[in-house]
Design a binder for this molecule. Structure first.
Ligand SMILES: Nc1nc2c(ncn2[C@@H]2O[C@H](COP(=O)(O)OP(=O)(O)OP(=O)(O)O)[C@@H](O)[C@H]2O)c(=O)[nH]1
Ligand SMILES: [Mg+2]
Length: 266
């Protein structure tokens, strides 16, 4: 009997977590007055969501111009919802990608609720579960707007990443047809002017190329309530970015130093 006790306890623990998650989900879905009162107006946040490996973290890095978020070929690289400072007081919200399950966990929905702009990232035509999710985000944003009295309206956009890969496998007319098909797929929830294509971390013959992110930058600029400027003489932005790069380098050096210190102890 004794050897099984730890397994039973682990099983009970997992079941309790699942029940808690379900209760949270149900309270999120219900439209009780307590819930309504708790919907805040969005903050200056731009959230990136989508399937794992679509390039959410790479896109944030391309926008800020330094490796702020960890990027990885393996699925599930991002496990926490990191926020990265952007221009105009905005934050870029990275999120863990959708894996086999086709719904975000409760805490990602909470982040979306607080975001002025949500950008769904895909790399081609969307799968049915993704389309259902886009529809749910759209409907949720409408409800959050009315419950929080936000007249400007939360925005939903679509970014189609990894165009460099498409260019290797499709000719230009096939690519155009695919974009047309994507626009039609999402037309009930995302207007054409809220769709951008690009390549956040392109590679050619094993060599990294500069990000092609201008279309997305333009979309972001046009979608936000407050004005943001990408002008190269935007001194404050350059200073802020340089400081962030220094902070990041310091963190990496400290990590490496601690790692070596631990290793030498052994
Ligand atoms: N060829 C190419 N590869 C890209 C591009 N953008 C991202 N990648 C690659 O796609 C992989 C996943 O990128 P991530 O940015 O980590 O993707 P993610 O959506 O944040 O993934 P999760 O954190 O796991 O949800 C990495 O190997 C990147 O190098 C792109 O534009 N072109
Ligand atoms: Mg990521």
């Amino acid at each position: 009997m004794f050897p099984f006790i730890p397994y039973i306890l682990i099983g009970v623990g997992i079941a309790a977590e699942k029940i808690k998650e379900e209760i949270r989900r149900q309270s999120y879905n219900s439209s009780t007055s307590t819930y309504k009162e708790s919907v805040p107006t969005p903050t200056k946040t731009i959230a990136f969501v989508g399937a794992t490996g679509a390039g959410k973290s790479s896109t944030i890095n391309a926008l800020v111009g330094y490796p702020a978020c960890k990027v990885g070929a393996e699925h599930g690289t991002t496990t926490e919802a990191a926020e990265i400072s952007y221009i105009g007081g905005y934050q870029l919200q990275d999120t863990p990608g959708l894996m086999d399950d086709t719904d975000f966990s409760f805490f990602v929905w909470e982040k979306l609720k607080r975001s002025e702009l949500v950008i769904y990232i895909a790399t081609g035509q969307l799968y049915r579960p993704e389309l259902e999710l886009v529809e749910r985000i759209y409907n949720s944003q409408k409800r959050w707007d009315s419950e929080s009295g936000f007249s400007n309206g939360r925005k939903l956009a679509l970014y189609i990443n990894k165009q460099d890969m498409k260019e290797c496998s499709m000719d230009s007319s096939t690519r155009r047809r695919e974009m047309q098909a994507i626009k039609e797929q999402v037309s009930s929830w995302i207007p054409r002017d809220k769709i951008a294509i690009g390549a956040s971390l392109p590679v050619s013959r094993g060599v990294r190329k500069p990000a092609r992110i201008d279309e997305l930058k333009q979309l972001i600029q046009q979608s936000l309530k407050a004005n943001i400027e990408y002008a190269s003489n935007n001194f404050d932005w350059e200073v802020e970015r340089a400081e962030a790069v220094i902070r990041k380098c310091r963190e990496r050096v400290e990590e490496q130093y601690n790692y070596l210190k631990e290793r030498n102890k052994k």
